[in-house]
Design a protein around this ligand. Sequence first.
Ligand SMILES: [Zn+2]
Ligand SMILES: [Zn+2]
Length: 351
Amino acid sequence: MAHRIHRGVGQQAALRGAARLTRGSAAVALVAIGALGLRSLDPAPQPAGPRWYKGNTHTHTLNSDGDSHPDDVVKWYRAHGYHFVVLTDHNVLTSVQGLNALHGLDGSFLVVRGEEVTDRFGERPLHINALEPSRLVRPQGGGSAVEVVQRDVDAIRAAGGVPSINHPSFGWALSADELAQVRNTRLFEVFNGHPMVNNAGGGGKPSLEAMWDTILSRGVLLYGQAVDDAHHFKRHDDRTASRPGQGWIHVRADSLSPRHLLEAMERGDFYSSTGVELSELKATTAEVTVAVKATTYSKYTIQFVGRGGRVLAEVQEPRATYRPRGDEGYVRARILESNGDMAWTQPVILP
Ligand SMILES: [Zn+2]
Ligand SMILES: [Zn+2]
């Protein structure tokens, strides 16, 4: 990163020099033109205050069971308009320093360190992401599914990382009742792009979103993330592959740094998406307002959801406001797009 900053300063100096130039030589003029050309690669100056960053917090590489080198994985996310990606290989903590030196760009793109702590209880796979831990976290095991998850969550916290409970219905690993018992964590996956994780439920099992409402209705605050869990970057035409670009989050953070991104995630200042982008999001105990960046070909339905998963209001427009009465328990919004894309905002707990 250091050489990039240096280059940027150098360009600014060259530009200032060019501006002062009244009768410069051809060589100096060429330097100025070169500087102007390079300048367009730099990010535009950003206004102060928080902004939205798009990212995926769950991805695999050749360092575990992915099919691509970390370098290619990072390049995929940068080339597809993401601001950040977390590399989360199974029980491997991939160094991101070199990747950021090659692909990182201040304020525009960041690779965040991560690990998918990959544990189990009997046949039940229990996977918990460690976001930005200071060291590798080994699976802790335990005497029940809840105890395994709790011990892994606590080990992730002890390593300075932020835990997120992954794909609860992969292998039908965790029930809503079990998930609600885990403490010391705020994040779980309400959507995972892997084709075998049973997001939608069925056959007597609840969807992840229904589980979320069950947990929130018990007064346990969890925020729901949408993620790729991408393993396969070379099997574009294979629907059984876990491909990138399926689910992501938009985080409202003070800067594109691991600390600011993770702080925003843990206070619920983000929304999750499988294709719907928002132009406005306000979520307070007095008002929840959602506006969609509408496409020309889509229609939208916005639902506000409260205790027990009850739909409190439904609006057939790309913008809607809900003003809580105070007895709803919590309010969150779900946005449905006419081709099946969705977005989920995070719950506001009512006092
Ligand atoms: Zn997993
Ligand atoms: Zn995974």
